[in-house]
Design a protein around this ligand. Structure first.
Ligand SMILES: NC(=O)c1ccc[n+]([C@@H]2O[C@H](COP(=O)([O-])OP(=O)(O)OC[C@H]3O[C@@H](n4cnc5c(N)ncnc54)[C@H](OP(=O)(O)O)[C@@H]3O)[C@@H](O)[C@H]2O)c1
Length: 390
């Protein structure tokens, strides 16, 4: 049966790769609605012309006239939804599943809207789970959240392979989340002061949007993923280990209580976890190329250097604190990434500033969206003050 998909963040790295998966499987999937921010209206209109969704949403209301014009020039009659409310409306649009590929904490509203509408949610926007942890978990029914992040897709596959009838946390000794180490792997902290945005944006194994690419260089992305793994699989932080694996071929592993380790391996290509999330629990044949076992490979593993890259230890700290602490970590980081890309903050200053903002924050429960957004806003204001952008 053809699955209808709402795609949020369709013009980004995850969004365009998702459309590639859908285009190559016309019998498997169709697009019900598309949503984007508004920075690439022509691309959004071309996507609508190709995939013929019922609705197209754009978060920036100022982009609506240009979108209408571009759609009309291409003969597209889809309903246009405007503003953040329009994106949330798209998230709840009738469909079999929603893929949230929006970047950053502003994806939270759409995650909540999709879950409230009862949709199965393929979640690339990890920030919404981390920021809205208890809220998202409370809303999500069993099987309603499907991970898109390659590491969490790998963990889900390892857990499923070991126990297809249901995940049994008591059989798991630990989750082993792999990290490429980013472009600055092996460098001591003292050498990181002068690194440039261009260097940070040159990821050795993955091609992704700018925020997640910088987050991969600082290892903040891995910190977010540790929290994500904790929330998705109900495993304590003391049983989640990060291992640096520069080749990005093993996407994560699960160690069981009998000493067995199950790993998931494939060349780095997001179309694999995207297709698995869209087709879950079915696999989409030909989604990506497998490992070529006729060639020699060397795959290496090394511990994380917590002194040069303190972001993971800080993420464990905020994850354990819970409540509004992860939202503050994420929001401060988003501001610091902007400051680094604008040349206002040296690279090590990103995590140092996040740590300073986290240290000043008084953690509260995160029992409502308003409370989470208030913590997010406070952290952004404080991070802007500390990075000279206030
Ligand atoms: N890229 C990867 O390989 C990868 C891997 C794992 C996880 N992820 C996660 O996936 C998410 C997306 O990452 P990405 O690399 O695809 O980011 P990206 O390339 O920067 O794309 C972001 C998308 O979000 C849209 N957007 C921005 N603001 C929006 C808003 N207010 N409402 C609706 N859409 C909005 C953008 O639209 P405009 O074009 O109009 O700006 C764009 O389509 C992130 O949470 C990231 O951590 C990405």
């Amino acid at each position: 049966m053809t699955r209808s998909v709402v795609l949020l963040g369709s013009t980004g790295s995850i969004g365009t790769q998702s459309l590639d998966v859908i285009a190559r499987n016309p019998g498997g999937f169709r697009v019900a609605a598309l949503a984007a921010g508004g920075a690439r209206v022509d691309l959004l209109a071309r996507q609508a012309a190709e995939f013929r969704p019922e609705a197209v949403a754009v978060a920036d209301p100022a982009a609506v006239p240009a979108l209408r014009e571009a759609l009309s020039a291409l003969g597209v009659t889809a309903k246009v939804l405007a503003g953040p409310e329009g994106v949330a409306e798209a998230a709840a649009w009738p469909s079999d599943m929603v893929l949230n590929g929006i970047t950053g904490a502003l994806g939270l509203t759409s995650t909540l809207a999709a879950l409230k509408a009862g949709r199965t949610l393929a979640l690339a926007n990890k920030e919404s789970l981390i920021v809205g942890g208890p809220l998202v978990k409370r809303l999500a029914g069993p099987g309603q959240l499907i991970p898109v992040d390659s590491e969490h897709s790998a963990l889900a596959q390892c857990l499923w392979a070991a126990s297809p009838t249901g995940h049994d946390p008591s059989a798991v000794r630990r989750l082993i989340v792999t990290a490429s180490g980013g472009p600055f792997r092996g460098r001591p902290r003292a050498e990181l002061t002068g690194v440039t945005p261009e260097q940070a944006l040159a990821h050795p194994t993955w091609s992704m949007g700018p925020v997640i690419t910088v987050n991969s260089a600082t290892l903040v992305n891995k910190g977010l993923e540790v929290i994500e793994a904790h929330l998705l699989f109900d495993i304590g932080f003391d049983r989640i280990t990060v291992v640096v694996h520069p080749q990005s071929m093993i996407h994560s592993m699960v160690e069981f209580t009998d000493g067995s380790v199950v790993a998931q391996a494939s060349p780095p290509d997001m179309r694999l976890p995207i297709s698995l999330a869209l087709g879950w629990p079915g696999r989409v044949a030909g989604a990506a190329s497998p490992v070529d076992w006729t060639r020699a490979h060397t795959w290496t593993f090394e511990p994380l250097d917590d002194e040069a890259f303190p972001a993971v230890a800080l993420a464990r700290h905020v994850g354990e604190a819970g409540g509004t602490a992860p939202a503050v970590y994420n929001a401060a980081n988003e501001v610091c990434v902007e400051a680094f890309l604008a040349g206002r903050l040296p690279f090590p200053g990103i995590v140092d500033t996040v740590a300073a903002v986290v240290a000043e924050h008084t953690v509260t429960e995160a029992g409502s969206v308003e409370e989470v957004l208030a913590a997010d806003t406070w952290a952004r204001v404080r991070a802007r003050e500390l990075t000279g952008a206030a």
